[in-house]
Design a protein around this ligand. Structure first.
Ligand code: PLP
Length: 222
């Protein structure tokens, strides 16, 4: 057996015999795995259906149209009012698509502090931090202004400020998040708990966003 096939088999056995608790991972069905490893995987198809940058996309267009229709049906949404984009290969790329559609470089994002459960694609930087100005002194336990080492591309492009959990309860304190939002006036507020095992109060964050004139991106899997 070819070495790559051997390793695929080995990984198959590992997955069968262990329980992975990474919430954002998934077990795709055999039908999905077969589709992903089909001849579609080596076809270029930049652009959108019926408006591509490469030739030979008539069958890809049929497939992408079908996927869009199926998603609309799944969520009981009408074609006239809703648009579906089925192109992102992963959550991180979907997040970049959201930012690119609503933000300009340098805009302020307010997202969850990475060590308290946020995700790299919501921005991350560490290293030397600017000391808190008087303006932020009373929020110093709940706000992270970022460091000089921009680990995530998102922190290089946007001004990412993060909200932390309460150090005693390890929960997000929505009153504190509201105070931060009022102070930093973000253009976008993000929630999305990669490693935050509690419920997120989406309605409360949505109210905060409305109050400060921000957009709200709930990065969640239904
Ligand atoms: C909240 C959240 N957003 C985005 C991602 C990134 O998803 P992907 O690994 O599919 O790019 C994750 C992955 O853990 C996540 O938990």
């Amino acid at each position: 057996m070819d070495i790559v096939q051997k390793l695929i088999k080995k990984e198959e056995e590992r997955q069968q015999n262990t329980i992975g608790l990474i919430a954002s991972e998934n077990f795709a069905s055999k039908a999905v795995r077969n589709a992903v490893k089909s001849v579609f995987m080596h076809k270029y198809s930049e652009g959108y259906p019926h408006a591509r940058y490469y030739e030979g996309n008539e069958v890809v267009d049929e497939l992408e149209d079908l996927c869009r229709q199926e998603i609309l049906k799944l969520f009981n949404l009408s074609n006239d009012e809703w648009h579906v984009n089925v192109q992102p290969l992963s959550g991180s790329i979907a997040n970049l698509a959201v930012y690119n559609s609503i933000l300009e470089p340098g805009d302020t994002i307010l997202s969850m502090f990475l060590p308290d459960g946020g995700h790299l694609s919501h921005g991350w930087s560490y290293g030397n931090q600017e000391s808190f100005s008087e303006d932020f002194k009373n929020l110093s336990e709940s706000i992270y202004l970022g460091g000089n080492r921009k680990v995530s591309f998102v922190s290089k492009i946007y001004n990412v400020i993060q909200y932390k959990t309460n150090p005693k309860t390890f929960l997000f304190d929505y009153d504190e998040i509201e105070k931060i939002a009022l102070k930093v006036k973000p253009k976008l507020i993000i929630t999305g708990g990669t490693a935050y095992p509690r419920n997120i109060d989406y309605e409360r964050i949505s109210e905060i966003a409305k109050k400060v004139g921000a957009l709200y991106h709930a990065d969640c899997a239904p």
